[in-house]
Design a protein around this ligand. Sequence first.
Ligand code: DGY
Length: 319
Amino acid sequence: MKPKIIVTRKLPDSVEEKLKELFLVSFNKNDLSFDREKLLEAMKQADGILCTVSDKIGKEILEASNRRVKIIANFGVGVDNIDLETAKENKIIVTNTPDVLTEATVDIATLLLLSVTRKAFYSEMMVRLGKWSGFSLVNNLGIDLRGKTIGIIGMGRIGRSFAKRANQAFGMKVLYFNRSPVTDLEFEANVRFDLDKLLEESDVISVHISSGKDNKNFLSKNRLRKISKSAFFINTSRGDIVDEEALTTLLYNREIAGAGLDVYINEPNVPDNLRALPNVTLLPHIGSATIETREKMGMLALSNLLAFFNKTEIPNRVI
Ligand code: DGY
């Protein structure tokens, strides 16, 4: 008998086809997020769940009575949507999909970098709205990136790759903050052990740390205040790492020059006062959203499930 898998969101067709060959699968044809009841039911009905960032799998879900699920294969590298401690206590395996989304996410960080420093999306909006008053030598001026300093918070796969891109493609100087020592960098970069120093010295700050209890509100109001008035802030990681309200106030008061955000605390709800700002570029969590990357992520989630049920080594086991 094939293991039963419940898939919580619509997946790329090729991934759904492959899953169908290997498992007894229940798909989510209309792609509406599972609510609490549906998640609780899935825990009782399936041997494994293939879920993603929009599924909030907390203690109550993991401790569902008559639980049958033994593995949760997350479609995504971040697993902050799952209560890992409770999963571990209940001997539920959790896997993720690292590596394959690194470059796609760095592309979006790059897009945000260019957009905010060259006022690109804002200017585009003016053109669309018919509000462009014509060529000007002094309006819509951005800044050059060459010779400016980018401060990278978190030198994991994505942080490193973005630092390298900023350095090699745009000639930016790199500063970084990381909790553990960083070795084998193929480009010039200087560490700052004191995060405040990095915030003070950078022209652009980009955050690449994972979410989870330890990193919630990591960039608190007090820390955000260290950012220089002329600097830009980029977040392609998770919204709850940053005090969103404080960031919005600093942007509104022009105490930070601009921000490029792909993630928010309460997705898909982006606060009105943040959406009203002209000095932000706001994307709808599309860091990994390319056809190729989503296929690779799906196939990786599938191979994690397959390895578990075949009792072979699971490629991307988180716990
Ligand atoms: C990830 O992989 O963590 C992306 O943000 C999508 O969840």
